[in-house]
Design a protein around this ligand. Structure first.
Ligand SMILES: Nc1ncnc2c1ncn2[C@@H]1O[C@H](COP(=O)(O)OP(=O)(O)O)[C@@H](O)[C@H]1O
Ligand SMILES: O=C(OP(=O)(O)O)[C@H](O)COP(=O)(O)O
Ligand SMILES: [Mg+2]
Length: 417
């Protein structure tokens, strides 16, 4: 069931300034985008450009209003050090191509090899109205994630106006999402940010039940925290992907070399206990695709049951029985939210679980389905079912925190209307 109008609705009921409220002409406008797109292993090719495409309305708006546009993003987790694997340089060509297509004219997109310092300052000074400057990865500086005020001030010195369009990073209180707002006159939401907040707000205000959340992926320590609060909202929680093994370990299963965050086992136990006391169905994988190494050409075997995994093997996908079990819940649901792939879908040998779950979600035309996250969206597009999903969101962790009812620091920091 399509969620009527919300997708197209550009009117925001947010109490925050919107880019549409601002006078942009001839101003330096710093737009924090989320260009944290999935790349090939060597970091040279973009495998899914949804996050870039989704910011085009904001970029187009700013250019048509004759802004001097500065775009900044993080990419991956380079841990505060420059690393060519996480360079934003490959984004420049894609952005040029998409903008040419979108605007029907050639747009000048320059690239600064550092997001602060002399070169960035000079390149920003030389920007003309209607031109774009993309800055190198913000996370090449440890001060970005530390939300260092001096670093935030340096970013702010590049601009007169700040816009946050990075919904996917709105749950982070970093220098470019929070700190910078303390050093500029006006901080506003971009069009993608508004669209996402509007949609999520309406769809999740009074979700039709059964409400099912599917959580997987690899960011276990980030997302396991969210699960406890989700138990207040959902009827069933399906856990797959790298998220599952900390829970199976918490239940006493030896999961071999699978991804486990040992210091989150207590959090997992608490969530399991809470699910039981609240009567929330908490489903973990009952079978797995095991691999003898983390590689596309690994040897594989299906392993079922609660016994110990063979010691040197790791689970890289959910197995067929789990797909069946999860599909039953998905088919009966009326609201579905999904973040995090069920397996290492980037490798063909471990993509079947994610593809089958994507197909099950798409097949439920009675439900409102929301799929979010850089990698989840890439997986769903790869499975070829994205046009049968009600809402594809650019945010994974951000959607989960929004759903949990948490205030997003990147939104809170924006200027009140
Ligand atoms: N069993 C697993 N073991 C290791 N990594 C996994 C497993 N299942 C999924 N993943 C990985 O999780 C990653 C995506 O996680 P995450 O970033 O949390 O999702 P999203 O971007 O959708 O929010 C993918 O790169 C995928 O390969
Ligand atoms: O990819 C992102 O989140 P996601 O993996 O939940 O979709 C965002 O860009 C945030 O990245 P971060 O989780 O490294 O802060
Ligand atoms: Mg991701």
């Amino acid at each position: 069931m399509p969620f009527s109008n919300a997708r197209e609705n550009s009117e925001s009921n947010m109490p925050k300034l919107s880019i549409r409220d601002l006078e942009l002409q001839h101003k330096h406008v710093f737009v924090r985008v989320d260009f944290n797109v999935p790349l090939t292993d060597d970091g040279t090719e973009i495998t899914d450009d949804t996050r870039i495409r989704e910011t085009l309305p904001t970029i187009k708006y700013a250019l048509q209003h004759k802004a001097k546009l500065i775009l900044a993003s993080h990419l991956g987790r380079p841990k505060g050090k420059p690393n060519p694997k996480y360079s934003l340089r490959p984004i420049v060509d894609r952005l040029r191509t998409l903008l040419d297509h979108e605007l029907g004219e050639k747009i000048n997109v320059a690239f600064s090899p550092d997001c602060i310092g002399e070169i960035a300052t000079e390149m920003s000074r030389q920007l003309e109205s209607g031109q774009v400057l993309l800055l190198e990865n913000l996370r090449f500086h440890p001060e970005e994630e530390a939300n260092d005020p001096n670093f935030a001030k340096q970013l702010a010195s590049l601009c007169e106006i700040y816009v946050n369009d990075a919904f996917g990073s709105a749950h982070r209180a970093h220098a470019s999402t929070e700190g910078i707002t303390h050093f500029v006159q006006q901080s506003a939401a971009g069009l993608l940010m508004e669209k996402e907040l509007n949609y999520m707000g309406k769809a999740l205000e009074a979700p039709e039940k059964p409400f099912v959340a599917i959580i997987g992926g690899a960011k276990v320590s980030d997302k396991i925290q969210v699960i406890e609060n989700l138990l207040n909202k959902v009827d069933a929680l399906l856990i797959g992907g790298g998220m599952a093994y900390t829970f199976l370990m918490a239940q006493g299963q030896d999961t071999g070399k699978s991804l486990v965050e040992v210091d989150k086992i207590d959090t997992a136990k608490e969530a399991l206990a809470k699910a039981e006391s609240k009567g929330v169905r908490f489903l973990l994988p009952v079978d797995h695709v095991l691999a003898d190494k983390f590689a596309p050409d690994a040897k594989t075997q299906i392993f079922a049951g609660t016994g110990a995994f063979p010691a040197e093997w790791m689970a890289l996908d959910i197995g067929p029985k789990t797909v069946e079990l999860f599909t039953q819940e998905i088919t009966a649901a009326r609201t579905i939210i999904w973040n995090g792939p069920m397996g290492v879908f980037e490798m063909a040998a471990f993509a079947a679980g994610t593809t089958a779950i994507a197909e099950a979600v798409a097949a439920n035309t009675q439900a409102i389905s929301i799929i979010g996250g850089g990698d989840s969206v890439s997986a769903v597009k790869k499975a070829g079912v994205s046009d049968r999903i009600t809402h594809i969101s650019t945010g994974g962790g951000a959607s989960l925190e929004f759903l949990e009812g948490k205030k997003l620091p990147g939104v809170e920091a924006l200027t009140e209307k």
